[in-house]
Ligand binder design. Structure first.
Ligand code: NAP
Length: 299
C-alpha cells in the first residue's frame, strides 16, 4: 500500500507541532484533514493544496461527529489520526481544583480519546495508525507543572493500552514525545490561565507564593514565552511522518536533545531502583543489566 497517499487527520493544526505536521504531510502527498477551533485558523489553510480544514474542538462531541461526517463525505476513508491538540496549566497541584486539572485532561487525554473513539471504525477499515503526541513531561515531573505532567503520563498509559488492544486489528499506535520546541504552547497556556495564576498564588497567602512568583518571573524573561531559544518543531513533524509512513514504525519516538533524553532515562532508572529495592528478591545490578539487554519491543 502507498501510505503516502492515505488521508490523515491532524488535531490542533492551528499552530506549533500540529501546523508543522499538517504542512509536512500535505506536501509529501497525504490528503490532510486539519482540525482547528477558530475560523481565522481554518481560513489560513486555504492556500495549502491537499489540506481540508475541519472545525474541531476536541473537547466537543458534536465537533468530533461533524469532523467524522466530513471525512466520510470525502470518500477516501482515514488512515491516520495524529492527536496534536494540547495545552498546559501551571500552579501547585494541592491548591488546584478538580476543575483546573480537568481543563487540561479534557484536551490532552479525553480529547485524544474522543478522537480515537470517533474515528475507530475508519481506522479499522484502513488498518490505520494512531500517533499520540506525548512529551518528555510524560516521564518527568516538574513542580508547578502538575496538570500537564499528569496528563502526559496519562497519554503514555492510554497509548500503551490502545497499542495492545488495536494491534490484533492491524492498527498501530505510536507515541511521539518531544523535548522543547519553539511553538505557541507557553503563549497559549498563559493567555488561557495566566491571569488567574497571579491572583490565586501570588496575590494571596498561598504557601507556594515564592515558587509561583519565580515561575512567572522566568516566563517574563525575553524570549521565554515565545520559546525563542528552542528549534522549530521540524524534527517532531518528521518523526510523526515516519510513524505514519514507515513499514515498521517504532512504538515510541523520543524527539529530544541528549540532555533531555538523559533526564528521561535518569527518571526511569530511579523508578527501577525504587521498585527493585521494594522487591522481596531485589535483582543484582548484573541481573538488571541482563534483563535490560533481553527486553526488546515486540515487532
Ligand atoms: N512545544 C513543545 O516543546 C512540546 C513539547 C512536548 C510536547 N508538546 C506537545 O505538542 C502538542 C502540540 O503543542 P505545541 O507545542 O505545538 O503548542 P501550540 O502551538 O500551543 O499548539 C497547540 C494546539 O492545540 C490546540 N488546542 C488546544 N486546545 C484545543 C481544543 N480544545 N481543541 C482543539 N485544539 C486545541 C491549539 O489550538 P488553538 O490555537 O485554538 O488554541 C493549538 O493548535 C501538545 O500536545 C503539547 O503538549 C509540545
Amino acid at each position: 500500500m502507498d501510505r503516502k497517499s492515505q488521508p490523515v487527520l491532524v488535531t490542533g493544526a492551528s499552530s506549533g507541532i500540529g501546523r508543522a505536521t499538517a504542512e509536512r504531510l500535505a506536501s509529501s502527498g497525504h490528503p490532510v484533514f486539519a482540525g482547528a477551533r477558530r475560523e481565522e485558523d481554518l481560513g489560513a489553510f486555504g492556500h495549502l493544496p491537499n489540506v481540508v480544514p475541519l472545525k474541531l474542538d476536541v473537547t466537543r462531541n458534536e465537533d468530533a461527529e461533524r469532523a467524522v461526517a466530513k471525512i466520510r463525505e470525502h470518500g477516501r476513508g482515514l488512515f491516520g489520526l495524529v492527536n496534536c491538540a494540547g495545552l498546559g496549566n501551571a500552579g501547585p497541584i494541592a491548591e488546584m481544583t478538580v476543575e483546573d486539572l480537568h481543563d487540561v485532561m479534557d484536551v490532552n487525554l479525553d480529547g485524544a480519546h474522543r478522537m480515537v473513539h470517533s474515528v475507530f471504525p475508519l481506522l479499522r477499515a484502513a488498518r490505520g495508525r494512531v500517533v499520540n503526541i506525548s512529551s518528555i513531561g510524560g516521564f518527568l515531573v516538574e513542580p508547578m507543572m502538575g496538570p500537564y505532567n499528569i496528563s502526559k503520563h496519562a497519554v503514555e498509559g492510554y497509548s500503551d493500552v490502545l497499542r495492545e488492544e488495536l494491534a490484533p486489528l492491524g492498527i498501530r499506535v505510536v507515541t511521539v514525545s518531544p523535548g522543547s520546541f519553539r511553538t505557541n504552547i507557553f503563549e497559549n497556556g498563559l493567555r488561557r490561565f495566566g491571569g488567574t495564576i497571579r491572583t490565586r498564588w501570588v496575590e494571596s497567602d498561598s504557601v507556594y507564593r515564592e515558587q509561583v512568583l519565580q515561575l512567572l518571573r522566568y516566563l517574563e524573561q525575553p524570549g521565554v514565552r515565545s520559546r525563542a531559544q528552542y528549534p522549530p518543531p521540524t524534527a517532531v513533524a518528521a518523526a510523526i511522518e515516519e510513524a505514519l509512513d514507515a513499514d515498521a514504525p517504532r512504538n515510541r519516538y523520543l524527539v529530544a536533545t541528549s540532555e533531555e533524553a538523559d533526564l528521561v532515562f535518569d527518571r526511569i532508572f530511579l523508578l527501577v531502583h525504587e521498585l527493585n529495592d521494594s522487591r522481596a528478591d531485589p535483582l543484582t545490578p548484573e541481573a538488571l543489566v541482563e534483563r535490560l539487554t533481553k527486553a526488546r519491543p515486540r515487532a
